[in-house]
Write a protein of this length. Structure first.
Length: 535
């Protein structure tokens, strides 16, 4: 008889639970897809695939609410129809009647923990892979539809008159870069090829343009063939809350696998590189009469540089200001008779560090030039692209040791004679704080998942008790009343996670806040059942 009764209650619970889960999952999945459709222009076929990939994510939140709704509704109706009174009159205890609800609560808690720690993050990365596999299609589809495309979470926007997806080509191209607190930069090109590569922790877009002009605030420059590589983060998975426990452990062991940290480190590395280069060139000019040697990345040309002065540009990042007299000798080891000497009074050296490879660009303003056997002349500017960063400096800025290099700089073990710029100090001082924040966020995320998973049991048990107590009122009143403790638990979890992000608050305080919410819900559940058993 008891087994039949348990089966009857559990069947009713599961039926309502299943229908509620399906309805809420469809609604929440659609809500998650809308921003992706708007931002990335995914196709209808991709929408169907993404809907399946989003299911585990929405189920993490839907399962507890569906179980809470089912338990409060079914037990409330069970009590309202006097079935509960009949069972208790037959000698069946209240705890026996609650077994089906407790079973559902434990199943939901286990499912929630498995989903949050393993399944949902895996499907997040599958979603990412699905979008990455069609990244170029998304870009060209947006160009065809809107005439423009903004690379996600970057300062770059692409405009084109015509897109040719089958050849990865854009025609009539305008590339706009709007860096924060710096003058905007604009590049125009007759045509450009766009190649998107995906990596495990970030994406990379390479733009190869022909017949290119670059415009700054007050000048312009013809640079011919141009190549720009831009890194941008993952569309979804680049967040601690979307990581599996194994991935969190890997990030904790190597922070550079987490793109936000990687981005901060690359910025600090680039600024440190340009300031080290400034000091090296200045020392070289003072120490010897020999020119400072540079060469192109392909090794075809070499450049001998003499400058009157060299300093870091205080207004533009990753830029050196060269002061006259400036002498630049361009030579080709395979064709010695083609050497060209340029002289100028002003120039710049810029560091391009869109990826791990450091690359220099040099520009001389209104230089005079002379070449053996040819009358000398004067040019509007001399632009040298794809210069190799000096190996002697590059060895100390390798990515596998860059965090220790920045730590040495922060501890004054790596110094600059002229002193670091304020920009470099800010960038380097911020990285240790970011590393601590990532550790705290991982710690908080693990505990928040545990609190939410275990809280499902007490929350559903509370819903059962309130459903029985509200049997004389409206059926949904029990669900509304039992949802309030759930909302309070979520507030405690979110408050604890926010506390862990505050550097002035110990991480233990935030974690304790989460567990205080769980303990308060547990005490409420015990109190409600004691009151229910007395009545």
């Amino acid at each position: 008889m008891i087994f039949t009764l348990h089966r009857y209650i559990f069947r009713e619970l599961f039926r309502v639970f299943l229908l509620t889960t399906i309805a809420l999952t469809l609604m929440l999945s659609a809500g998650l897809l809308i921003p992706m459709i708007q931002d990335y222009g995914v196709s209808p076929v991709q929408i169907i695939h993404l809907l399946g990939y989003f299911l585990p994510i929405t189920l993490t939140f839907v399962l507890p609410m569906s179980a809470l709704f089912a338990s409060s509704l079914i037990y409330g109706r069970f009590a309202a129809d006097r079935e509960l009174d009949a069972c208790r009159a037959s000698g069946i205890s209240l705890w026996t009647l609650i077994y089906p609800g407790l079973t559902l609560a434990i199943l939901v808690a286990v499912a929630n923990l498995v989903l949050s720690f393993h399944v949902a993050p895996s499907f997040i990365h599958r979603t990412e892979s699905s979008v990455k596999a069609n990244a170029e299609q998304i870009l060209f589809r947006n160009i065809q539809r809107n005439g423009s495309y903004s690379l996600p979470q970057t300062t770059y926007q692409l405009y084109a008159d015509r897109a040719i997806p089958e050849n990865n080509l854009l025609e009539g191209v305008v590339i706009v870069n709007l860096p924060h607190n710096e003058p905007p930069r604009l590049i125009t090109a007759e045509r450009a090829k766009v190649i998107i590569k995906t990596h495990s922790t970030y994406n990379e877009a390479t733009i190869i343009a022909q017949n290119t002009y670059r415009f700054h605030e007050n000048d312009w420059l013809y640079i011919g063939e141009f190549q720009e590589t831009v890194q941008f983060p993952s569309l979804l998975s680049d967040d601690i809350k979307f990581q599996k426990i194994e991935q969190m452990k890997r990030i904790k062991a190597d922070k550079l696998q987490f793109f936000p940290i990687r981005k901060e480190v690359l910025q600090a590395r680039a600024q440190l590189a340009i300031e080290l280069l400034s000091e090296t060139i200045s020392k070289h000019m003072k120490r010897t009469e020999q020119p400072y040697l540079l060469e192109e990345t392909d090794g075809l040309r070499q450049y001998s540089l003499r400058v009157g002065g060299c300093q870091v540009d205080p207004f533009s990042s990753n830029t050196l200001l060269l002061s006259g007299p400036i002498t630049l000798i361009q030579s080709n080891p395979l064709q010695p008779d083609t050497d060209v000497e340029y002289t100028s009074n002003e120039g710049t050296i810029s560091l391009e560090a869109k990826d791990e490879q450091l690359r220099l660009e040099m520009k001389l303003d209104t230089p005079s030039w002379k070449r053996p056997g040819i009358p000398s002349g004067k040019a509007v500017s001399k632009f040298v692209n794809n210069l190799k960063f000096p190996e002697s400096l590059d060895d100390s800025l390798q990515m596998n040791t860059i965090l220790s290099t920045i730590e040495r700089f922060n501890n004054d073990q790596l110094t600059l004679e002229a002193g670091p710029t304020g920009r470099l100090e800010v960038l380097c001082e911020r990285i240790p704080e970011e590393l601590i924040e990532v550790d705290n966020e991982i710690y908080a995320e693990i505990h928040s998942r545990l609190v939410l998973g275990l809280g499902c049991i007490t929350l559903i048990l509370t819903g059962i008790a309130l459903g029985i107590q509200f049997r004389g009122g409206h059926m949904l009143s029990a669900f509304g009343a039992s949802a309030i403790p759930g909302g309070v638990l979520v507030v405690f979890i979110l408050s604890g996670k926010e506390m862990t992000k505050n550097p002035s608050t110990p991480v233990l305080t935030g974690v304790t806040t989460m567990w205080v919410g769980f303990i308060a819900l547990l005490i409420l559940t015990i109190w409600v059942y004691r009151k229910l058993l007395r009545t």
